[in-house]
Design a protein around this ligand. Structure first.
Ligand SMILES: [Zn+2]
Ligand SMILES: [Zn+2]
Length: 297
């Protein structure tokens, strides 16, 4: 399996001279299963998916496409109306995402292609699109084994653990560590809540356990995080700590803050290296997510 990054930025696209090195497109990751070239597996439909679509449209025979969403915040779906295979007859596209209890996944995605926002409705698309709501489960997609797990983010969000031949890739999706807000607001009325928080954080560590590559939300510096707590994103310190506890081999810092320049990102990589030293984790390799980079799993 290979992992290719097509979009690495969080929240909103941020093109321009200060972001040209690492890229300004919002999240899109391709998991390439070399054994099944007719199956295309894509995590997230941020704006990075547009260029990936241009490469797929030329393929013959047409591949089957699986798009797995961690959640439906805009930055993870707003490339979908510009993913050219959705307009082409003969493409079989399956979209997976976390179940919502008030709306179906198909309704949420059709909502962003309403006439008020976009000239073509999903009902007018020529490809054959189907939808699959996901909970915490195990499933096989395009010849790869998937496991999903809920993450801590202000909407239903799933992380993905993908395994092939004993090698594993994990993507956290947007997330921040669970914490005890009640205690911090001093209205604690349940003495078991600390235990619950610890259990949930340990579940995330186990989800990432021993993986070869972890692509993790690390939008903030550790200093910024205190003002952004509860917004659903991790700091670089959180990402390095998670990778260390889970015995991860390679960590890719992902979902970059839109305002972060290339130079500032490199400063964050240096801080991540310091954090790694503090945690006495000499074996972890850390990278900044950069558009078009590929990793062998
Ligand atoms: Zn996001
Ligand atoms: Zn989000």
């Amino acid at each position: 399996m290979k992992i290719k990054l097509w979009g690495v930025r969080g929240s909103i696209p941020s093109p321009g001279p200060t972001t040209v090195k690492y890229g300004g497109n919002t999240p899109c990751i391709q998991a390439i299963n070399e054994e099944e070239p007719g199956e295309i597996i894509i995590l997230e439909a941020g704006t990075g998916i547009r260029e990936l679509g241009l490469s797929l449209i030329k393929l013959k025979p047409k591949p089957r496409i699986h798009i797995l969403l961690s959640h439906t915040h805009w930055d993870h779906i707003h490339g979908l109306p510009f993913f050219i295979p959705i307009f082409a007859a003969g493409f079989d596209i399956k979209i997976y995402g976390p179940v919502h209890y008030d709306k179906k996944l198909s309704e949420i995605l059709a909502g962003q292609m309403d006439y008020a926002y976009f000239p073509v409705r999903t009902a007018e698309l020529s490809s054959d699109i189907s939808y699959r709501d996901l909970k915490e489960e195990r499933l096989s997609v395009g010849g790869l084994e998937f496991q999903t797990q809920y993450m801590n983010h202000p909407v239903m969000t799933l992380g993905y653990r993908i395994t092939q031949g004993g090698k594993t890739f994990v993507y956290t999706g947007d997330n921040e560590p669970y914490s005890n807000f009640q205690k911090e607001g001093e209205i604690l009325d349940d003495e078991n809540i600390d235990e619950f928080v610890e259990e949930q954080n340990n579940r995330v560590v186990e989800f990432a356990r021993d993986c070869s590559l972890l692509v993790a939300d690390s939008q903030y510096t550790d200093d910024e995080y205190s003002a952004k707590k509860g917004w659903g994103h991790s700091s670089i310190g959180h990402a390095v700590a998670l990778a260390t506890k889970a015995n991860v081999k390679r960590l890719v810092l992902f979902h970059h803050e839109p305002e972060r320049t290339d130079g500032q990102l490199e400063g964050m990589l240096a801080s991540a290296g310091q954090k790694k030293e503090e945690l006495k984790n000499s074996s972890l390799e850390i990278f900044l997510a950069r558009e078009k980079d590929e990793y062998e799993i």
